[in-house]
Design a binder for this molecule. Structure first.
Ligand SMILES: NC(=O)C1=CN([C@@H]2O[C@H](COP(=O)(O)OP(=O)(O)OC[C@H]3O[C@@H](n4cnc5c(N)ncnc54)[C@H](OP(=O)(O)O)[C@@H]3O)[C@@H](O)[C@H]2O)C=CC1
Ligand SMILES: N[C@@H](CC=O)C(=O)O
Length: 437
């Protein structure tokens, strides 16, 4: 008979929105977790910045500001990092792995910036590094990509991966709160990052897109490789324009293989984050509030959709606990899980080469020949127009143009050209359009 092992000791780094929910779940589900792991999970310490704060359900004797001391303690088996940011999180995780501990983290910013260093350490020290909570909150998405779909050939991952911006855009669309008010609500609900610029400027979604692309295509992708546009430039007029087209504006993360002639792996990958119009009939259009949804399109599996709570303390803690149990089982079994291998070295293609569609809203002079002048600008850059519509007359004259698919460089050259035309008073709105033509 195997000797019974003692409890597994868990060091928690950070006890904010996510960390406090991890503590609650560890306490409330202690017996079930022990049964699932085969031994109890016990909190060894909780590292924070402000130890004087009262934290519900946390034994004050466990609280410390010495995170470094905590992760290197001999009586710690697993480290859960929910501090966020690059440092000291990176050093702490590396120290933990160096001293034989496995790590669970929700830190997408760090994984997308310097995941390679962390994965190398995990390999070198035989430690687990699990991070399901880093992308799309509660939704099991990384494990399906890493394990269930590892035998398939993924073509595309596309979806809404930032709860805060979806919440704001949803409010703008439904005529509820304005941008700032909706952002404040998202912060109060625990969806936003410590610095919400990461959300509204698309950094958070770009980090998640990098992580998704790396897993889906087995190729190194960092946040710096991702074309990123946030939602701060999305105006009420853009949202109204989308409504006029029976569309809705969503911040999308898109990771796709770009096909090559005959090559199976493709010419490279395109990884991008930007606000785009999608038809209201598209499944992503019905993703409201801080929910996330991601489509994965794979050769044999076809199209899979993952949907659920993408942010917030409890949903994210659920994903952390899932990883914690998985890692704990590996510790009990004495074998670490698989570590990411990025064997394919596919280039990340520049945005200019990516094929997209544009919606362009122009204020124009209402006179004969305007349409022809505008159309000529599209033709000059070999961009084909799918639909054009005039709204308003005289001073109010406007043209709404939707293009067919074309390289992004050509589309943005068209916009530049339009800005220079005498008959175009203003380029009032430009937005990419996703979904079927
Ligand atoms: N909130 C969400 O919905 C989601 C968050 N995440 C990720 O989870 C992580 C944590 O996010 P969240 O809980 O929202 O963040 P919070 O800002 O709410 O919590 C951060 C915690 O880290 C502690 N901390 C900060 N700096 C240090 C330091 N130098 N040493 C020790 N402790 C420190 C803080 O201490 P103190 O309490 O004393 O200030 C706080 O307890 C981030 O990586 C985030 O991106 C992932 C998915 C969803
Ligand atoms: N700030 C993030 C939190 C989850 O990752 C978001 O809003 O999605």
């Amino acid at each position: 008979m195997k000797p019974e092992r003692g409890p597994l000791r868990v060091a928690l780094l950070g006890c904010g929105v996510v960390g406090s929910e991890v503590v609650r779940l560890l306490r409330e589900q202690a017996d079930d977790l022990a049964a699932r792991v085969g031994t109890p999970l016990e909190l060894a310490g909780v590292a924070v910045r402000r130890p004087e704060r009262v934290r519900a359900g946390v034994d004050p004797a466990l609280v410390t500001t010495d995170a470094q001391g905590l992760v290197t303690r001999d009586d710690v088996d697993i480290v859960v990092e929910v501090i966020g940011g690059i440092e000291p999180a990176r050093t702490l995780m590396l120290e933990a792995m160096k001293t034989g501990k496995s790590v669970v983290t929700a830190n997408k910013a760090l994984l997308a910036e310097d995941g390679a260093t962390l994965f190398a350490a995990a390999r070198e020290y035989g430690a687990d590094l699990y991070y399901e909570a880093a992308v799309a909150g509660a939704i099991p998405l990384l494990r399906p990509l890493r394990e269930s779909l590892v035998g398939d050939h993924v073509h595309r991952v596309l979806g809404i991966v930032n709860g805060t911006t979806n919440y704001i855009l949803d409010q703008m669309d439904s005529g509820g709160a304005g941008f700032n008010e909706a952002l404040e609500e998202a912060q109060a609900l625990g969806y936003a990052e410590a610095d919400p610029t990461a959300d509204v400027e698309g950094f958070d979604a770009a980090a998640k897109a990098a992580i998704l692309a790396q897993l889906a295509f087995h190729t190194p992708v960092t946040a710096a490789d991702v074309h990123r546009e946030g939602i701060t430039e999305v105006s009420a007029a853009d949202v109204a324009g989308a409504k006029g087209m029976d569309c809705v504006v969503k911040l999308l993360a898109i990771c796709e293989r770009v096909p090559s002639e005959g090559g199976r792996n493709g010419r490279g990958v395109s990884v991008r984050v930007y606000p785009a119009m999608i038809p209201r009939t598209h499944p992503l259009a019905s993703v409201r509030e801080a929910y996330n949804a991601v489509f994965v399109e794979a050769e044999s599996a076809g199209s899979l959709m993952f949907y659920g709570a993408g942010a917030g303390g409890a949903p994210t803690a659920s994903a952390v606990l899932g990883d914690l149990v998985a890692v704990a089982r590996n510790v009990v079994g004495g074998t670490p899980g698989p570590v990411e291998v990025t064997y394919a070295k596919l280039p990340v293609l520049p945005m200019g080469e990516t094929v997209t569609r544009y919606y362009i809203h122009l204020d124009v002079t209402d006179e004969a020949g305007v349409l022809a002048t505008v159309a000529e600008e599209f033709a000059r850059h070999e961009v084909s127009i799918q639909a054009v519509r005039q709204v308003g007359l005289g001073e109010e004259a406007q043209l709404v143009v939707v293009t067919h698919r074309a390289p992004d460089a050509a589309l943005s050259a068209v916009v530049e050209g339009l800005r220079g035309l005498d008959s175009v008073r203003e380029v009032a709105s430009v937005m990419r359009v996703e979904g079927e033509e």
